[in-house]
Design a protein around this ligand. Structure first.
Ligand code: BEZ
Length: 388
């Protein structure tokens, strides 16, 4: 054993002892919520926390037999502040588990810190493909999707509709890039071609010049990834520019999820693909929507579902290890064999801990993302070099 491995072994033994003694004293489970509470993704962060807390309340306030104490950090969807922010939770507050976040760039920094410090991390939104690829491990889980998944499903839908020539438009960062990559893969496989890839920096919403370019190119359709406040503005601007009637707009479902009140008639009729929708006919979704509406006086969206399912994953793992977060291998074994009873429909996690799930085709009807079909059945993210 060299000096470095013996130090790692010592640190692991110390963590085990600390965890055993905290458990023996009935210590609360420290949950660190790192989410955006300001900026274009603020509403997404709130919905995730609401969903997480709803599951906790249904369990009588305990997970894995332990009461929960929260620490919270607003990550502002700012990758430049991410390492400092996650260290507030890990080093200052000594959390047992990290729940976060929405933005892919911030999530990558969280995954690195979780790995370096061997802290449990459950990602309740950010789709950064690498989190459940090369960054995977028995302390890293995702309750949401990989960026590739909804992009790929929408590409299949558009190709099947016979669309041949598309333009893509998105924010220039991991989520936009990877979403477009997934879209292109399926769309080109189905006979389509992408004639122009337009981008603007995150979280800019000055779309006018790009919309003028789309009007000049005249593609058969447009594929887009935007979410939160940016998605609201994009859908309204697309309509106001007169493009909605002549060039059909498609997107991964974030384009219209949690945004319909603000988008109004501009969103009417839009087709998107996502792992959730507003008219699913399953018992879990019915009870979830009822409880969510009663508790928060709001309708849930995909982000609320992902927060709820992050808490479910934590519960499944922690029940198996009787609340002892140091038992990462046993935690992983329990979660890997579980079927998670989600409002989106039951799903399992891949070996790399990303959901294997149905992607629904949805159409906006009034204030609903109405499910009109299955875009891709049991869609698994491609293997991305996860060594486990
Ligand atoms: C992301 O950055 O991964 C992301 C943000 C909002 C919605 C979906 C994905």
């Amino acid at each position: 054993m060299n000096a470095r491995t013996s130090l790692t072994a010592l640190a692991a033994a110390a963590a085990l002892l600390a965890s055993a003694s905290a458990m023996a004293q009935g210590a609360k489970l420290k949950v660190g919520l790192m989410l955006p509470y300001t900026g274009t993704y603020a509403a997404l962060g709130v919905a995730i926390e609401n969903g997480f807390r709803l599951y906790l309340a249904e369990q009588g306030g305990k997970i894995g037999g332990r009461e929960v104490e929260f620490s919270k950090v607003d990550d502002e969807s700012d990758p430049a502040k991410a390492t400092e922010n996650v260290n507030k939770l890990i080093k200052r507050d000594g959390v047992d588990v990290l729940i976060g976040t929405v933005h892919s760039g911030v999530a990558m920094a969280m995954a690195k810190a979780a790995k370096d410090n061997n802290v449990l991390l459950i990602v309740p939104n950010a789709g950064a493909d690498a989190v459940t690829g090369p960054m995977c491990g028995n302390n890293i889980y995702r309750s949401s999707f990989s960026n590739w998944q909804p992009g790929y499903a929408t590409g299949e839908v558009m190709a099947k509709k016979g669309i041949k020539k598309a333009v893509t438009i998105t924010w220039k960062y991991a989520a936009g890039d990877e979403s477009v990559k997934g879209f292109k893969e399926a769309f080109e496989k189905g006979g389509g071609s992408v004639v122009k890839e337009l981008t603007l920096p995150f979280p800019n919403v000055e779309f006018q010049a790009l919309l003028t370019e789309i009007a000049a190119i005249k593609p058969d359709a447009v594929y887009t990834f935007f979410a939160g406040g940016g998605a609201v503005k994009f859908v309204k601007d697309y309509d106001a520019a007169g493009l909605k009637k002549s060039i059909p707009l498609y997107g991964s479902g974030f384009l219209t999820d949690g945004t319909l009140e603000a988008q109004g008639a501009s969103a009417d009729g839009l087709f998107t693909a996502l792992h959730y929708g507003d008219s699913l006919d399953n018992a879990k979704d019915k009870s979830f929507r009822l409880a969510y509406a009663k508790t928060y006086k709001l309708q849930p969206d995909v982000y609320a579902v992902q927060g709820y399912d992050a808490a479910q994953i934590l519960g499944i793992g922690l029940n198996a290890v009787k609340g002892d977060v140091s038992k990462k291998a046993e935690f992983a074994a329990a979660v890997e064999k579980a079927k998670i009873d989600s409002p989106r429909g039951a799903f399992t996690l891949s070996k790399a801990h990303n959901p294997v799930q149905d992607m629904y085709l949805r159409q906006v009807v009034g204030k609903e993302n109405k499910v009109v079909g299955i875009a891709s059945k049991s869609l698994a993210d491609p293997a991305r070099g996860c060594k486990g």
